[in-house]
Design a protein around this ligand. Structure first.
Ligand code: ADP
Ligand code: MG
Length: 467
């Protein structure tokens, strides 16, 4: 296996052997230059070579494999040609969305997600309608392979995304079983944020002379301001509220070490009038989808999460990360704070430590090779006027991809008949069975009423305000 140090690779997509339509689509998407992991891995992947690529969350790994798998794809051949394995349904949904965006340049590329929580027979029906690309979780893919409802004979590209996370979750056996059903003659691409031992084992078993590419995490100092506050058990959760009222960030993730802590913090914040939602492992799928949609579209100010639940999620525009508890693992701490200050924007990382966590703080200092900076709690005075409210609210409309609803249909209904402007409408997130629409907080109720009174795609719809 060769190990390439990160080259000063040229970052212009036009240097890659991509079709003019794909290049035009990339520029429409605002992808003006390759990210470092894309610049390092795409030239290799587009030659058809196996690849192990390691770079932190948010570095653009999805497009790095999506452009490669699309290059291998023949849309006129109606068979599954690509399989992408992901650890969770959220990640599979995110990958499928990005693949669909990047595939727009080609006609009629069909991407299907196969994850738990949706009846098998509905997925089987989608497969019967023809799929070029399948994105799924190992367990559910196994189910389909065992039932013979998924045929991989025409597969040419296999992607293992978030491989470290899949190993963490104990998916090695399922992965092995799925890979064994893939044709031997194929390209295998493995993407990961970290490089635990198990990855070498996967590489030896399933890959052909993979090239290994690693993009080191950029130095955090320049864009992320870290402040530490000493707290006690009694004032820890209240301090989070003080932080929010002082810095007034539009979007914050507050990390807790336990589900219990998440729950307590969310109740305290909600009681004080903040818009806060919890994300932890045992939530039902539907609740998780809704929480993530509300946070990503800026209608919820604070996402209170455990590390496991938030791993890998692509959430842009995060002004602040609060470490409600210090992680015992310094690497996890650095991952947490790396979620703010992305793409050259500045970010704030605020960490609360009690005396019994000072050992963990020591580990972080060692890991970062510098001392942390302590700030006094009394600097946290309220600023601005009134309650910290998110700029948007979310409307939930029944009906989604299964009803062939597309974002443009909803935008059209709001800006057409209902009379709102494009600027008053935020993100529109279409899931299989429902659609989440963000609109300006000021027009929330009115937008709901007008949608309920009018039609989307010629049909009347049911819309409710979910916060
Ligand atoms: P990762 O898988 O490494 O965590 P993602 O693939 O989810 O990261 O990408 C993070 C975000 O960056 C996504 O919103 C994606 O659309 C965006 N992105 C990816 N590549 C580019 C690019 N070349 N230019 C601009 N934005 C990009
Ligand atoms: Mg990813």
């Amino acid at each position: 296996m060769t190990h390439t140090p990160i080259p000063e690779a040229p970052t212009d997509f036009a240097r890659l052997p991509l079709s003019p339509a794909t290049l035009a689509n990339l520029s429409q998407l605002g992808y003006t230059a390759m990210t470092p992991i894309q610049a390092a891995s795409l030239p290799v992947a587009l030659l058809g070579k196996d690849l192990i690529a390691q770079a932190k969350t948010g570095s653009g790994k999805t497009a790095a494999f999506a452009l490669a798998l699309l290059a291998n794809l023949n849309p006129r051949r109606f068979a599954v040609q690509t399989l992408v394995l992901c650890p969770t349904r959220e990640l599979a949904d995110q990958v499928a969305q990005e693949v669909r965006r990047l595939a727009r340049a080609e006609d009629n590329v069909k991407t299907v997600t196969l994850c738990g929580g949706v009846p098998l027979r509905m997925q089987t029906a989608s497969l019967e309608h023809g799929a070029h690309i399948v994105v799924g979780t190992p367990g559910r893919l196994m189910d389909h392979l065992q039932r013979g409802t998924l045929d991989l004979a025409a597969l040419n590209t296999l992607v293992l995304d978030e491989a470290d996370r899949m190993l963490d979750m104990g998916f090695l056996d399922d992965i092995t079983a799925v890979v064994k059903q893939c044709p031997k003659d194929r390209q295998t691409l493995l993407f990961s944020a970290t490089y635990p031992e198990g990855i070498d084992q996967i590489a030896r078993q399933f890959m052909r002379e993979p090239q290994r590419i690693e993009v080191a995490a950029p130095v955090t100092e320049s864009t992320i301001e870290q402040r530490f506050y000493e707290v006690t058990r009694a004032n820890r959760l209240g301090t989070v509220a003080l932080i929010l009222n002082h810095f007034r960030p539009v979007s914050t993730i507050a990390f807790c070490n336990t589900k219990q802590q998440c729950r307590e913090l969310v109740s305290l914040l909600q009681a004080q009038g903040f818009s806060a939602l919890a994300l932890y492992g045992e939530l039902e799928q539907r609740e998780r989808d809704q929480v993530l949609a509300q946070f990503a579209n800026r209608s919820c100010s604070v996402l209170v999460a455990t590390d496991v639940a938030s791993r890998g999620l692509d959430i842009a525009q995060l002004q602040a990360v609060v470490n409600v508890d210090i992680s015992p693992d310094a690497e996890v701490h650095v991952h947490r704070i790396g979620r703010t200050g992305r793409a050259g924007e500045s970010g704030l990382a605020l960490s609360l430590a009690s005396l019994d966590e000072m050992g963990f703080v020591g580990r972080i200092e060692q890991y970062q090779q510098r001392e942390v900076v302590w700030h006094p709690l009394d600097e946290l005075t309220p600023t601005g006027t009134g309650r910290l409210l998110p700029p948007m609210v979310t409307l939930q409309m029944l009906g989604g991809r299964k009803e062939k609803i597309r974002a443009g249909d909803v935008l059209g209904a709001l800006t057409g008949e209902a009379g709102f402007t494009r600027e008053q409408v935020g993100k529109i997130h279409v899931t299989d069975f429902c659609t989440f629409v963000a609109v300006d907080r000021a027009i929330g109720r009115e937008a709901m009423d007008r949608l309920n009174a009018g039609k989307v795609k010629g049909k009347s719809v049911k819309v409710r305000l979910v916060g």
